[in-house]
Design a protein around this ligand. Sequence first.
Ligand code: PEP
Ligand code: MG
Length: 847
Amino acid sequence: MAVEFTFEFPLPLGLHARPASFIQEKCQNFAGEIIWENLRNGRKADAKSVLSLVTSDTQHRDACRLIVAGNGESEKEFAAELRQFLLQELPLREEAALKEVPAAGAIIPRIVLDEKEVYLTGQPASSGVARGKVFVLKSGPDWESLLAGERKEKEKRSSALSAEAEKASFLKAISELQAEIKQALSEKSGVEKNILQAHLSIASDRAFISRVEELIQKEKCAATVAVAKAAEEFGQLLGGARSQYLRERMADVGDVALRLLEKLGWEKVSELKAELKEPAVVVAEDLFPSDFLSFKPEHILGLVLEKAGQTSHTLIMARGRGIPAVTGVAEASRLIRPGEEVIVDGNRGVVVVSPGEAVRRYYEAEMEAERLLAEGRRKKAQLPGMTADGRKVEIAANIGHPEELKKAWQDGAEAVGVFRTELLIYGKQALPTEEEQYRLYRRVAEEAESRPIILRTFDIGGDKPIPSVSLPHEPNPFLGYRGVRIYQEHYELFRSQVRAILRAAVHGPLRIMFPMVALVEEVRWLREQVRKFCEELKAEGVPFNSEVEVGIMLEIPSVALLADKFAAEVDFFSVGSNDLIQYFFAADRGNPRVKYLNQPLNPALLRLLKQAIDLAHQKGKWVGLCGEIAGEARLTPVFVGLGFDELSMSSGFIPEVKAVLSGLRTDECEQLVAEAMEAATAEESARLLEQFYQARFSEEVTAPELIDLEADCRNKAEVIQRVAVMLQLSGRVSNRALFEQALWKREDDVATEIGFGLAIPHCQSLEVRTPSIALLRLKQPVDWQSKEGGLVDLVVALSFPSGEKERQKLQLLPKLSRKLIHEEFRDALRQAKSREEVVALIKSATS
Ligand code: PEP
Ligand code: MG
């Protein structure tokens, strides 16, 4: 006789794959049948199958019945044990597993949560928002089209098919696969281990195995067709779900089925790679710069990557081209299906999958805000690279391809601070000849129209392997054979490039820069070779420019400390902060786990840079900065204070940097740096920088551009968004995503509706530059999601910078609130005819 018991499902996230695999594992120990019945929806499942359990759609607090059917005594005992497991051990195991999930560092817009959208998170990697259909670079199987072809095959073969033979080959394949996964499991840890665990549970899943057997037996399918069909069925069941966990399982089913098909010898498995033929959001594990460059620029709407580091060259190029990107999105290429529509939010590090109406509307507004910001940027791009007191700081662009020059000039670049020439040969099988390079560099020199261009010679090795230059396999390539270190061996590569530059420099101001220099002897050798090449060209009667300036990258700490000695050998330096920080803090630039060590404001780094720049200046040589941090406009005062003569960046950052630069005074920046160098931590120097901004920028609390008399907002999320957009467009808020988050944090404590149809959202945040009041009159009232449940049609938003001094400004809030209590004042705000009138009312109330 079977034993049964009912219980309430205890896990807040419902019965997703992970707890299902815990339950399956537990039930595996029992010899008989265990049926799981969800009493809410009547679905029954086999508790020994993860897939079957997951499809029971059991949610938090659903009443469930378990029927344990075996033989006699053991049923009762096992039922009691299982009950205890479900109610006590399972919640503890789930809690422990949830703690292992790493924080993503993303900001999820409230509307996405409110609408229960499916979304993936990562880190913001290139700003902006894109919407489009997905192209998965390492695509999973498109079962439908594969099966369509295979069905014909099957019809041809069906009479000759022996079900027993097909079943036997399937069972052989599955037991081989299980053994392989088990073997791999013993060698892996962390996320990879979790994935393998999930694969093993699918490869051992009773529902999956018996469905394949059934297809072979009853429908006379070949083993391959049966596997693909079962994968399609389960995949559809799981993929249609809105739960992210179920989608993960869909990807697992796909992976397991593919491996089985490989074992069964289905040659179509290799046909799965697709080509990018139309504009799409590219989703990939990682994207080599060669792949990136092989796509038409207008075809890449956005990027969603799993593993690319922030300073990977694909992301650097994406920033250069203004392509929104999110990286660190775990398993993106398995979880997002080709052809699905997604929104890539490169400002927040979020990817929304198949967005609904409300989220689309929200993101329409985001895209419009981006467009307006871009317009503002174009104006700033025209500013000269100069401080308010007239000190020239050349603002230059980093490029990886001549195609990028046009955008660089549009963005306001005054020069090219680094042309990473190795990107030209990424992924290419043959190396370019001297002649080919000459033509290309000449084109660059001519297009530059007398703006200086620094060509960095091939920086190969480390994070930039080039297939056509064979380098030995090394355990630690970042500290190995790379940059100028390979030039003696790969002499022809080096020679042809330098000769090509010397020749092309006849047509425009080209400069040479050598990467990865550590020793003075290296520079002496390099210069000696340049002299030799000049002599060769002279002897050959080939025109060249013997005056070409020669500089080096300052990206190894040894160069910084000996900059005066290096200065005797070179014409200029350019700090490659991506590598300098990596080598200075001993932290891999592409490894997200040690990202916290990427600290541009760390006083140790500031001291190193200051010393290097001073030493170079004493010898009359100039110093630029071309690592990614050069484009962080907030840091511009620090770079001016350190004494950099040139800042070179992805060109998209140029307008903002120029705008900040034009408001700075050199002596004040120097004072800031002197203080920051005395700090002990990066956080302390960040605070000093914060105070620097607050002391210099103080404006009126409100202005007409912060007033919207006819705001068309449908919900609270849109109102908060509108406030953030207005503040960012007026230059009062630097990062609107973080600012929005700060407003929501306050709302989550207690909603700020105060009655009378009025809400006063407010916050204090690092993102706010100056105390600001924004006012919105809503065209239609919205639900403020407060306890009282009232509708709001008038919104007065107050924003304050964080920091001690600014706290005093918080008295604004009670002052204004007291005024807002009076009906007369509210009526005046509601009836005001113009934005200027509202500004005057607010000013009189707060002064
Ligand atoms: C750097 O290291 O900062 C740099 C500019 O060079 P790359 O990123 O190409 O190594
Ligand atoms: Mg470098």
